[in-house]
Design a protein around this ligand. Structure first.
Ligand SMILES: Nc1ncnc2c1ncn2[C@@H]1O[C@H](COP(=O)(O)OP(=O)(O)OP(=O)(O)O)[C@@H](O)[C@H]1O
Length: 354
């Protein structure tokens, strides 16, 4: 008998030790984690060069303070905390402010430090930029680029399926973000899923949420301290093997296939009794042949793209750079497809400014 667990709610949290607040707060109320210092004035990174005395402190965003922003409304809630739409009082510019309470588990605190470090320095138009960050009154706040059309999860809730030409453009944007992360920053995102791909009215798609990302040393094989959904996790990660950038490619393939067929692909592999239970899902991902795009419903280029991503052996998956030149992406490149037309034709998501 199958457990009727909606797949979207499958979440696991690895229990962890909590550290006293004094371990990461200085006497002056500055949050400190390794080389990262954060307070009301903003973010500072201390140079790793220990020979410089006193430490070489690099002001990343000293020109802004928390008081410069006013709240417009709450636009979302994630596992880390609330996301608000805020306006910069002097310029009128809108931002998404992600606040994270500091009386949190150490794993979550580490994730947020990771998130700040990775995307405060982002130089890619397909990665959501963290413009500023603050620590004040027990809350870390990330001032993120505001994506006014919500996430891919919001879009597929409304349209159910996305046509190939739009998917090709969407894939191209995500792949450009992944090429930047994988090849320039050496970062594995590790949580590519529809709610982490944000969209704006210009039809731009950007990768967000670096809470569980990792900077690649050699290859990763340690047990993940992962908090989140396992739906899009590559088989080699589920089975505890070593993994690298290619695990993001598996996740991307599943996300794109879901957008094309209108449901999470592993529901199809299951039988008529409903969605797979958590353990059935993990078992299917690790043991069963991978899902594929039905060749009677989709173009050969699309089917080939999906199977270039969803290969159980990571060595058989293409890299983000190779996929950017895949025939499916190339097919629509000169067709002037505007994703903005699709997203602006939909009902505004909850995070829209009325
Ligand atoms: N930069 C942004 N611009 C606009 N809306 C955003 C932005 N970042 C987050 N949001 C909204 O806030 C919601 C919550 O985001 P958050 O990253 O905290 O959690 P999540 O990814 O949805 O869930 P989880 O924390 O479980 O991974 C998102 O689903 C999105 O609708």
């Amino acid at each position: 008998m199958k457990t009727k667990n909606p797949l979207g709610q499958l979440k696991l949290a690895v229990p962890c030790q909590e550290k006293p607040v004094t371990d990461f707060l200085t006497a002056s109320g500055t949050f400190q984690d390794g080389d990262l210092l954060l307070n009301k004035q903003g973010l500072r990174l201390i140079s790793e060069d220990s020979s410089s005395q006193p430490p070489d402190v690099k002001d990343v965003d000293a020109q802004f303070t928390m008081e410069d922003f006013e709240t417009v409304k709450i636009i979302g809630k994630g596992s880390g905390g609330v996301v608000q739409l805020v306006r910069h009082k002097f310029t009128g510019a809108l931002f998404a402010l992600k606040g994270i309470q500091m009386n949190i588990q150490e794993t979550v605190r580490k994730q947020i430090v990771q998130e700040i470090k990775i995307n405060q320095a982002s130089q890619c138009p397909h990665v959501v930029v963290c413009r500023h960050s603050f620590y004040h009154n027990g809350i870390i706040s990330l001032v993120l680029e505001y994506m006014d059309r919500g996430s891919l999860a919001d879009i597929i809730r409304q349209v159910n399926t996305i046509l190939e030409p739009y998917l090709a453009v969407l894939c191209k944007h995500v792949l450009k973000g992944l090429v930047y992360l994988h090849h320039e920053r050496r970062v594995i995102h590790r949580d590519i899923k529809p709610s982490n791909l944000l969209v704006n009215h210009k039809g731009e798609v950007k990768i967000t949420d670096f809470g569980v990302s990792a900077v690649l040393g050699s290859s990763m094989g340690q047990r993940d301290t992962f908090v989140g959904t396992y739906n899009y996790m590559a088989p080699e990660r589920i089975s505890g093997g070593s993994y690298d950038f290619k695990s993001d490619i598996w996740s991307l393939g599943l996300v794109i296939l879901e957008c094309a067929i209108g449901c999470f692909p592993y529901r199809q592999i299951g039988n008529d009794e409903g969605p797979l239970s958590f353990y059935e899902l993990l078992e299917s991902i690790v043991e069963e042949p991978p899902p594929s795009a039905p060749s009677d419903q989709f173009s050969p280029e699309f089917c080939s793209f999906i199977s270039s991503c969803i290969q159980k052996d990571p060595h058989h998956r293409m890299s983000s750079l190779e996929l950017l030149s895949h025939p499916f992406i190339k097919k629509f490149e000169d067709k002037d497809i505007d994703l903005g037309i699709l997203v602006n034709s939909l009902d505004p998501p909850v995070n829209f400014l009325d």
